[in-house]
Every structure is written in structure tokens, then in C-alpha cells.
Design a protein around this ligand. Structure first.
Ligand code: UDP
Length: 331
């Protein structure tokens, strides 16, 4: 694959920054566009050009795409919290759905026709069968999921009506870190960093959202996939996007772990105590989400290299210890 010039929106965020590093390592030229609402300037890898802007700023996006003669877009920039999306639906349809439409208008205006989209397992709501294949019914149970599904529909129709090739990647639970890049959300809502903060004494306890699920230990089961594996899948996808085709792929390890198993793994990895207490279920959390990732394995040759939860947590702990204040302690 000859090197491409790629615009990565949201490249200052967690998965976007790791993907930017992976694309650079594969010889591609990367421009990161991020408004730093939730991303960190320090997370943008050296070697990428940085543009501080919102994806909905059509003029800036168009100028950036044209100035860099971009071949492709990998679109991460979005709001991504399920609970927040239920409290502020218009912000989510605005940022995620309308924002993506403005970005796509700019792409079409300058003739960029390869697109990789950051999608989510939240499209499936509570699935009938687990592991979940891409053919499962799409019935999101949150505004967040609905806003992502809306964009998938736009991409599908664009690929049918124009020479536009798009791949949507439906992530299960991203976790882990590379040596340089890790997870730093403010406020933090994700399980692995929260449990690590409790292990480090930076949080009093972990609240377990529900222990009355129909699972072996009563806590919810998720499929944790290493962020470096997600990044590799984006690189394979942008290299494989084909004009006139839309494809959606699940990205998960195919293995599920319960909330209690995650807490136990953190205790093992850190050799520290993790105080926890059971709290009410969080609205909209299905009991069990595990990917059937066989489609992406067959189509792109992708398989996670780090499906072992112990290794994923160990990488996140190493980053946490090296950056106790996240990106705040970096210039
Ligand atoms: N969870 C929990 N306590 C927390 C955060 C999360 O029990 O403080 C549970 C949550 O209910 C879900 C799982 O951990 O079952 C993963 O949640 P996370 O927010 O990390 O990802 P999501 O599955 O919502 O994308």
C-alpha cells in the first residue's frame, strides 16, 4: 500500500491518538483535526500536523483537506457518553450526526472518497444472541447509539449513490495503553481507568453498577479490546476502503469479562486493594456484550493481538503509573 495522506478527526483523543501513531508508523502522512473539547494536545503524536478546529467548521475542514491533498478521512471526533447523550440529545445529534454530515460535505467538495468511521456496539442495544454478528438487528437504546447509526446510514447511502467507499468500525470496550498514549477522560466514566484509579488510591472505591444481571457472578459482561488492536484495524480499514462500497465490522476480542473479573484482574496486576461496593444498575447497560469478530478477520485479516485481559490491564496500569495525572503532567 503506497503511503496515503490521511485526515484524522479526533486524533487528540484516546483511540484517535493511538491510531494516528499507528498510521504514522505505517508510513502514512497524518493531519489531526481536533477541537480539544475532550482531547489533549499532548496526545497528538509527533509527526502529525495539528489543526485546532471543529469537524463542523466546513471551511476549515475543506481548506485542510485541499491543502494536504488528502486521500482519506478517519473520523473519530464525537461525543461518546451514553448517559450524557440521554440528558442532552440535541448535543449528540448535533456533534455526532450533523457534525459528520458537515465533514462529509467538505470531503465530497474536494473529492476525498475514502472514509473510516468510528462506530459502536451500542448500535445493537440488548442483543438477542451473544456473540453478536454484524447481521444482528440494529436497535440502539441510547441517543449516542442512534446518532452513530444515523451516520452509518448516510455512509451506506453515499456509497450506493456516489463513488464513495466507507468502513464503519463498531467497537466493543476499548481499553489499555501504549507506552506513550493512554486513556484520560474528564470526568472518567470507563471501568478500567476507574478501577485503576481506585487501586492507585486516587478514588475511594469502585461502584459496581448492578450485581443482579443474569450472568455467572451477577455483574455485566463486556468484551475488552486493546486500543493498539483497534488502531491497527483502522489502518487496515483505511487501506482497504473501496469506492462504491460500505462495510461495517465489529471490533472485539470475542471474549467477555464481568465487572468483578475486571476488578479482580486489576488487583492481580497492581497487587493493591481495590475497595468496591455494589450500586444500582446504570440505565441502558445490557447484561452481556461480546463481539463476533469473524467478519473483519476474513475481510481485513484483523485479529486482536492482546485479547488477554491481564495484558490489557497491565498496559493501562503502566501508563497510569507513568502519567498519574494523565496528560495534565505533560507539556
Ligand atoms: N461499570 C461499573 N462501574 C463503573 C463504570 C462502569 O460497574 O464505575 C460497568 C458498566 O455498568 C458496564 C461496564 O462496567 O457494565 C463497562 O462500562 P464502561 O463505561 O467502561 O463501558 P460501556 O460498556 O458503557 O461502553
Amino acid at each position: 500500500m503506497p503511503p496515503m495522506r490521511i485526515l484524522v478527526t479526533g486524533g487528540a483523543g484516546y483511540i484517535g491518538s493511538v491510531t494516528t501513531a499507528t498510521l504514522l508508523a505505517r508510513g502514512h502522512d497524518v493531519v489531526v483535526l481536533d477541537d480539544l473539547r475532550t482531547g489533549h494536545r499532548a496526545a497528538v503524536p509527533d509527526g502529525a500536523t495539528f489543526v485546532h478546529a471543529d469537524v463542523a467548521d466546513r471551511a476549515v475542514v475543506e481548506t485542510t483537506l485541499a491543502a494536504h491533498d488528502a486521500d482519506a478521512i478517519v473520523h473519530f471526533a464525537a461525543s461518546s457518553l451514553v448517559g450524557e447523550s440521554m440528558r442532552d440529545p440535541m448535543a449528540y445529534f448535533g456533534n455526532n450526526a450533523a457534525g459528520s454530515i458537515h465533514l462529509l460535505e467538505a470531503a465530497r467538495a474536494v473529492g476525498v472518497d475514502r472514509f473510516v468511521f468510528s462506530s459502536t456496539a451500542a448500535l445493537y442495544g440488548t442483543p438477542d444472541d451473544v456473540p453478536i454478528p454484524e447481521t444482528a438487528e440494529l436497535r440502539p437504546e441510547s441517543v449516542y447509539g442512534a446518532s452513530k447509526l444515523a451516520v452509518e446510514r448516510v455512509l451506506d447511502w453515499l456509497s450506493r449513490t456516489t463513488p464513495f467507499g466507507a468502513i464503519a468500525l463498531r467497537y466493543f470496550n476499548a481499553a489499555g495503553a501504549t507506552d506513550a498514549l493512554g486513556e484520560d477522560h474528564r470526568p472518567e466514566t470507563h471501568l478500567v481507568p476507574i478501577v485503576l484509579q481506585a487501586a492507585a488510591g486516587r478514588r475511594d472505591e469502585v461502584r459496581i453498577y448492578g450485581d443482579d444481571y443474569p450472568t455467572p457472578d451477577g455483574t455485566a459482561i463486556r468484551d475488552y479490546v486493546h486500543v493498539a488492536d483497534l488502531a491497527e484495524a483502522h489502518a487496515l480499514a483505511v487501506e482497504a476502503a473501496t469506492p462504491g462500497r460500505f462495510e461495517a465490522y465489529n471490533l472485539g476480542s470475542g471474549v467477555g469479562y464481568s465487572v468483578r473479573e475486571v476488578i479482580d484482574t486489576v488487583r492481580e496486576v497492581t497487587d493493591r486493594d481495590v475497595p468496591s461496593r455494589v450500586d444500582a444498575r446504570r440505565a441502558g447497560d445490557p447484561p452481556r456484550l461480546v463481539a463476533d469478530a469473524s467478519k473483519v478477520a476474513a475481510a481485513l485479516g484483523w485479529a486482536p493481538r492482546h485479547s488477554d485481559l491481564h495484558a490489557i490491564v497491565a498496559s493501562a496500569w503502566a501508563w497510569h503509573q507513568a502519567h498519574p495525572d494523565g496528560y495534565a503532567d505533560r507539556p
